[in-house]
Design a binder for this molecule. Structure first.
Ligand code: KG4
Ligand code: ZN
Length: 374
């Protein structure tokens, strides 16, 4: 039965594929009409070990690794869900933004499966996957405020509906995760840097080194991490024979500066959200997603800032905060329920802003910012 024939009230089961950065993932999600979500299979193959020697994601290595495993992962996810391809309602894949060679692996696999089985294709914006990820854990009514903090993105947006997002601010240079990763690399800590910096920071004194406050006094909800990253690098290079304690103190200072910046901009966004949606009763939802949202100090600061403004922090569990295919399958199912399917000519896109305003300002590339996932 086609989804249209099933009607909007039926449950929809979607296979989702993800390969936009350094995780190859496949999942099967069933979305019920009442908003309940069942995750029937959820597989992630990380590539951290392959990239670790380089201290960051190497696009060619990522693309090749995704291409090698994508079809096998899709098959394995269906087997784990106990379903054949003809028992699902659609095939979703991240179509961008991301490292283009990687994006193509999941998208092409999804196109092949959709064509072969006569199923609808859902070309999902990876950011919409993150934006909808809280719904994997529990039903949540629109609108909500989203702080997306990962290795590729740092932005604040209001999720107003499926396909309807309003961006309040984004990073002008590096993503928060990049600031963690690059500082870790400078200090000789392993990749990915975030968890390593967090562990070292626990043993350090955040007050010993003074780091600049990004965009101090600047209005708006944008972020900047490049100056902070450079200041941390210069501080490190000025130390003669740095000790473990030096390293811990600089990690603590860097983490504290990032925490403060994120919480300050999120606080402004909460005020804007409350103005834009005065009818949403307290506690209003602030969702934190992306790998960096795993950081305990960041969560604590966001919780405090949220409580002071009549918001409550919702942080999806770590497996759905980081890159995964369950969120892509869910975004696909939500779009399928609305009839928002895509043709087999859907392009893979390195850049793809989620909000209509940014997309209109620069329709070709999405927007002018540099960086693979800007
Ligand atoms: O969302 P994610 O898994 O992948 C994408 O970037 O799309 O995020 C990975 C980023 C890396 O930069 C990593 O260092 C950072 O999340 N990260 C953390 C922590 N765990 C992961 N940053 C700070 N503290 C953590 N505990
Ligand atoms: Zn992501």
């Amino acid at each position: 039965m086609t989804p249209a024939a099933k009607g909007a009230q039926a449950a929809l089961t979607v296979l989702g594929l993800e390969s936009s950065c350094d995780e190859s993932a496949a999942a099967v999600v069933r979305r019920h009409a009442d908003g309940r979500v069942e995750v029937l299979a959820d597989l992630v193959l990380g590539q951290a070990a392959a990239h670790a020697p380089y201290g960051g994601v190497v696009p060619e290595i990522a693309a090749r690794a995704h291409a090698e495993v994508m079809d096998g992962l899709a098959k394995q996810a269906l087997a784990q869900a106990g379903l054949e391809l003809n028992q699902i309602d659609g095939v979703a894949a991240t179509a961008g933004p991301g490292l283009i060679g990687g994006v193509m692996a999941a998208l092409m696999t999804a196109k092949g499966l959709a064509l072969g089985a006569g199923l609808p294709l859902l070309a999902v914006n990876h950011l919409e996957g993150h934006a909808l990820s809280p719904r994997l854990s529990a039903p949540l009514e629109f609108p909500w405020l989203l702080l997306l903090v990962s290795g590729g993105h740092t932005q604040l947006l209001i999720a107003e509906g499926v396909g309807r997002y309003r961006r309040l601010g984004a990073t002008l240079d590096d993503a928060a995760g990049e600031a963690f990763d690059k500082t870790a690399k400078v200090m000789g800590l392993p990749y990915p840097g975030g968890p390593a910096v967090e562990a070292m920071a626990a043993k350090g004194d955040p007050a010993r080194f003074a780091l600049p406050e990004p965009l101090k006094g600047k209005p708006g909800c944008d972020f900047s991490f490049a100056g902070l990253k450079t200041a941390a690098k210069e501080t490190w290079e000025r130390l003669e024979n740095p000790s473990e304690q030096d390293r811990a103190d600089l990690c603590a200072a860097m983490q504290a500066a990032i925490v403060k910046h994120l919480a300050a901009r999120a606080a402004r966004a909460m005020d804007l959200f409350a103005e834009a949606h005065p009818d949403v009763p307290a506690p209003r939802p602030l969702v934190a997603a992306g790998g960096v949202a795993a950081n305990a100090a960041i969560r604590e600061a966001l919780e405090t800032a949220a409580a002071a403004r009549g918001f409550a922090l919702i942080a999806p569990p770590q497996k759905w905060c980081a890159d995964n295919a369950a969120m892509i399958a869910l975004a696909g199912a939500e779009r399928l329920a609305l009839g928002l399917t895509d043709g087999l000519d859907a392009p893979a896109r390195a850049r793809w802003p989620l909000d209509a305003v940014s997309a209109r300002l620069a329709p070709k590339s999405g927007e002018g910012r540099k960086g693979p996932k800007a």
